[in-house]
Design a protein around this ligand. Structure first.
Ligand code: ATP
Ligand code: BTN
Length: 263
């Protein structure tokens, strides 16, 4: 498979082509780290860096994102929002909605969301991680800048990971060309980020819950130190906090240092 060709992506983006400025690299440490360095030099909102290989792909909480050249898509998008940081709660959930919409538009079935930042594939009764979202925010006098990093497996990774991992090829009859996948994701991202910028996560919440893997089911929240809390997952709040029904009442869980697992 060839390196991503920005011209081909532009042609597939149609009227949205002017919103994105795409650079395709053979390799870098992390597309998000590279975009962060470029943002310090003032690159515009809508800049996208896609790389075939990352030598230090990053996940949430210092974890690694592993990918093999051409069997996945790893890219980062720079977006700017006016107003304070507090308006951006729920952004990584909104990005998850955009991703699942895009994959469904490509014909994928069984794609669902896991709070706060994963896209899962529900396949043969099991859940496997298909994609991860890493949102990194910073503020300056112009407002808030988000570096939105997305790693999507086109083929299930061969690496031994702590939780099951899947690939888009398992959700479709025929895997589309990577250009088509990336253009579809950028298109839905532009739509969802526009809605999010105006109305916040509240406007996307219902769609998130509809796609939520474990809505209304028993789950466990595991804290960094290992202690866990069980409850019924009621969904999410307008700011993206997870709502957990426990014997002591409904708790709002923030994404910081906890992990969600099926009970
Ligand atoms: P949680 O978000 O619930 O804490 P998680 O395992 O999804 O749990 P993240 O920090 O969101 O953790 O994601 C990083 C993790 O993703 C890594 O620790 C690794 O287990 C897993 N991972 C890394 N590369 C891939 C990949 N290509 N496909 C699927 N999973 C991967
Ligand atoms: C997660 O599941 O914790 C998030 C994974 C995000 C991985 C993507 S790959 C492109 C971008 N560059 C990175 O270093 N990380 C994100």
């Amino acid at each position: 498979m060839a390196l991503i060709d920005p011209v081909l992506i532009k042609s597939r983006l149609g009227p949205l082509a002017g919103r994105f400025d795409l650079d395709a690299l053979d390799e870098c440490d992390s597309t998000s780290s590279e975009l962060m360095r470029r943002s310090e030099r003032g690159v515009p909102a809508g800049t996208v860096i896609v790389a075939d290989r990352q030598s230090a792909g990053r996940g949430r909480r210092g974890r690694s994102w592993l990918s093999e050249a051409e069997s996945g898509l790893t890219f980062s998008l720079l977006w700017r929002f006016s107003g304070p940081l507090s308006r951006l709660s729920g952004l990584s959930l909104a990005v998850g909605v955009a991703l699942t919409r895009a994959l469904e538009n490509l014909g994928a079935v069984g794609v669902c969301l896991k709070w706060p930042n994963d896209v899962l594939l529900h396949h043969g009764g099991e859940y496997a991680k298909l994609a991860g979202v890493l949102v990194e925010l910073s503020t300056d006098r112009r407002g808030t800048q988000a570096i939105i990093g997305i790693g999507l497996n086109l083929q299930a990774p061969s690496a031994d990971l702590s939780l099951p991992a899947g690939g888009l090829s398992q959700a479709l009859h025929a895997l589309p060309d990577r250009h088509q996948v990336l253009a579809e994701i950028l298109t839905t991202l532009a739509e969802v980020l526009e809605t999010f910028a105006v109305d916040g996560f509240a406007a996307i919440k219902t769609d998130w819950q509809r796609r939520h893997a474990w809505q209304g089911q028993s789950v466990r929240i595991i804290a960094e130190q290992g202690e866990s809390q069980a409850g019924l997952c009621l969904g999410v709040d307008d700011d993206g906090a997870l709502l957990l029904e426990t014997p002591g009442g409904v708790e709002r869980i923030f994404s910081g240092d906890v992990s969600l697992r099926r009970a």
